[in-house]
Ligand binder design. Structure first.
Ligand SMILES: Nc1ncnc2c1ncn2[C@@H]1O[C@H](COP(=O)(O)OP(=O)(O)OP(=O)(O)O)[C@@H](O)[C@H]1O
Length: 645
């Protein structure tokens, strides 16, 4: 990288000469600031010549004007250095990502481009800061040392040793501090990547009961970052010490050496001039240098390393393109096909499941406590999902046979009202619903009516504002807010598949499932061909490698393997073809002891169920398919839409 840096600078030697020229003016300004003060005192005010004193002060002030001019020129010249640097980095990032996308569209990573273009801005600012301060320190130092030597050469042996000592101490902190900064940034990024991924897939994490595992992992990441932050702070302490040594010790040494200097013939003006150099020129320049190297320097190093390592960029086989100091060069330099490297960590994150933030639609659900007699304007209304009636009254379930004494309902809602927020209109309003053990219930209704909200309430992910939700007679969500993971499994539309083996994915909800259980689930969901194609149970899969349908099929297998008696499928088969969907639903319904609640994606799904719950805003109707067809215009509409859709 150093050689590339030298080449980059060599190609811009004219810019460097211009920078040097303007910087010389800065050195002249420094020189005049101390020299003018010394002469004003010695030749003017102390000698009784006030006019001469004022004249020398005017010379020192003119030096300040020179300094202003120098800063203006330096900034103009600086642009000729840092802009090509930034442009080259951006070009490198974009061409690298394009080449990667062309080489393997499936692994294209758009976020790498925005990440790297953002980082090139950081690199440009850091680079500009470093050039500015390093150059300023060198030329200020030259101006000050020449000034000290012209005032009295004896000042140099007093001031230089502590200055050099402090500088050496500072330089010795650079490498370890850069390493600490790099480690800290890595840890910080790892933590924010993970937090972002967990936030996006939080609903899945909760649905799968992964809070403990995820919490422990985040704790570890936070502790690691805290440890590295402390290490960085210790090095910052050492750097402050170096600044103190380099900046303050020369002043102390000068003060202590005053008697010796006076005996050697130093004048009061020379001493005041020396103090001016130290306090007004060297100390601020040193402070700026140390701050810039300590912060911007480490940042620049880390960012440049990222550019070398990022998979969106061409690999080092394309040396020109991989240069940390790239030139605009011909586009061909960037067209070398990269090694796209391993898939980004972010892609292994849980799939997103968002509970949309749109305002809730008006929805009032007719409850059992509402008039039992249908209103005249709604002749098709039927009583809402009655509790289990006498034997024979209930439709025969196609799932596992209900036991003689069915015991408590598999799931029950009593007068449940729920709204997303205190002022919002309820999504569900005084809903009663009873689902018998072993029953297969389909939930249907227009988009946004509250089907997912209902499954989230059943799963214990949401708490009702009023009323109760019970599973097998116990509250779906205990007062501490925990959901009963052993009693229900919720499969959302976006199936959660994590980076791990097929076996680990299937056993995620039942880690102690036996090989026989696993075989049964695989056979029931007809997963053998898929698993073979993926390379067997021990093959590693990740969400980015599977289609949405394949992810759903693995999640269905996982649900079959889980021990929860209540399975909640929230459009969990929407990416499967109708036949596969039917076989999957039947396999889950046939699992011993299973109660199945399916938010239906197709009318065929409702046809298969024992009963259908129709949510429609003003009332909820629950009945077998044929009965609903006869009684509900909305259901007929939905069925028609589905059939033609
Ligand atoms: N997190 C949330 N915050 C605020 N409102 C929400 C939230 N989630 C859902 N809603 C609103 O609640 C209502 C019911 O949403 P829900 O997702 O339960 O409907 P749905 O019937 O499942 O819809 P779809 O069939 O489109 O998936 C909608 O009006 C929706 O905008």
């Amino acid at each position: 990288m150093a050689a590339q840096g030298r080449r980059f600078l060599w190609r811009r030697r004219r810019v460097l000469v211009a920078l040097g020229g303007w910087s010389l003016l800065e050195a002249a300004h420094t020189f005049l600031s101390g020299y003018g003060v010394a002469k004003a005192l010695d030749d003017g005010f102390l000698a009784g010549r006030t006019g001469t004193g004022l004249l020398w002060l005017a010379v020192a002030a003119a030096g300040t004007l020179l300094g202003g001019l120098a800063v203006r020129g330096v900034f103009t010249a600086l642009a000729g250095l840092v802009e090509p640097f930034r442009d080259g980095l951006v070009r490198r990032a974009v061409s690298g990502a394009l080449a990667a996308a062309i080489a393997d569209p499936a692994r294209a990573d758009n976020s790498a481009v925005s990440r790297l273009t953002h980082q090139s801005e950081i690199a440009r600012d850091s680079f500009a800061g470093l050039v500015l301060t390093a150059r300023s320190f060198v030329f200020t130092g030259v101006g000050a040392l020449v000034g000290l030597a012209s005032l009295d050469p004896a000042l140099l042996p007093v001031v230089l040793p502590p200055l050099l000592l402090g500088l050496a101490l500072f330089l010795s902190t650079l490498a370890p501090m850069a390493a600490a900064q790099r480690a800290f940034l890595d840890a910080d990024e790892a933590l924010s990547d993970r937090v972002g991924a967990v936030g996006a897939g939080f609903r899945d994490v909760v649905a799968c009961g992964g809070q403990g595992v995820i919490g422990a992992e985040l704790d570890r990441l936070i502790a690691a970052e805290a440890r590295l932050a402390r290490r960085l702070a210790r090095w910052a302490g050492v750097r402050t010490l170096a600044l103190g040594a380099a900046g303050r010790l020369p002043v102390v040494a000068l003060l202590l050496a005053i008697p010796w200097l006076l005996r050697g013939g130093a004048t009061a003006g020379a001493l005041l001039g020396a103090l001016t150099y130290l306090l007004q020129a060297l100390l601020p320049a040193l402070h700026a240098l140390m701050t810039a190297f300590g912060a911007a320097g480490s940042r620049l190093l880390v960012v440049l390393e990222r550019f070398r390592a990022d998979p969106a960029l061409p690999d080092s086989a394309a040396p020109e393109a991989a240069s940390a100091f790239p030139d605009p060069g011909p586009p061909g330099a960037a067209s070398a096909l990269p090694d796209p490297g391993p898939p980004g960590a972010a892609s292994a994150a849980p799939d997103r499941v968002a509970l949309g933030a749109a305002p809730p639609l008006p929805a009032r659900v007719l409850s059992e406590s509402a008039p039992a007699v249908p209103e005249p304007t709604a002749p098709e209304a039927v009583p809402v999902c009655p509790r289990p009636g006498p034997p024979g009254a209930a439709p025969a379930p196609t799932g596992p046979a209900a036991p003689e004494d069915p015991g408590p309902p598999a799931a029950e809602l009593r007068g449940v009202t729920f709204a997303y927020g205190p002022g919002a209109r309820p999504v569900l309003d005084r809903l009663d619903l009873t689902v018998r053990p072993g029953e297969w219930l389909a939930v249907v209704g227009p988009s946004g009516i509250g089907k997912s909200t209902l499954t989230a309430l059943l799963a214990g992910l949401l708490a009702p504002d009023r009323g109760t939700v019970t599973l097998g007679g116990a509250l779906a969500r205990d007062p501490s807010g925990r959901a009963p993971l052993q009693r229900r499994t919720l499969l959302p539309q976006q199936a959660y598949v994590f980076s791990g083996t097929v076996r680990e994915n299937l056993r995620y909800l039942s880690p102690d499932a036996s090989a026989a259980d696993l075989r049964r689930a695989v056979a029931a969901l007809e997963l053998d061909p898929l698993i073979d194609r993926l390379g067997g149970l021990e093959a590693t899969v990740g969400p980015e490698r599977l289609s949405a349908g394949e992810r759903q099929r693995l999640a269905l297998g996982r649900a079959h393997l889980s021990r929860a008696p209540l399975l909640l499928l929230d459009e969990a088969t929407c990416h499967l073809d109708p036949d596969t969907e039917e076989r999957a639903e039947r396999a889950l319904a046939a699992r011993p002891g299973t109660t199945l609640v399916v938010v239906a994606h197709r009318i065929s799904s409702a046809l298969r169920a024992d009963r259908v719950l129709l949510l429609d805003g003003d009332r909820a109707l629950c009945a077998p398919h044929d009965e609903l067809l006869a009684r509900s215009a909305l259901y007929r509409d939905l069925a028609g839409l589905w059939e033609t859709g």
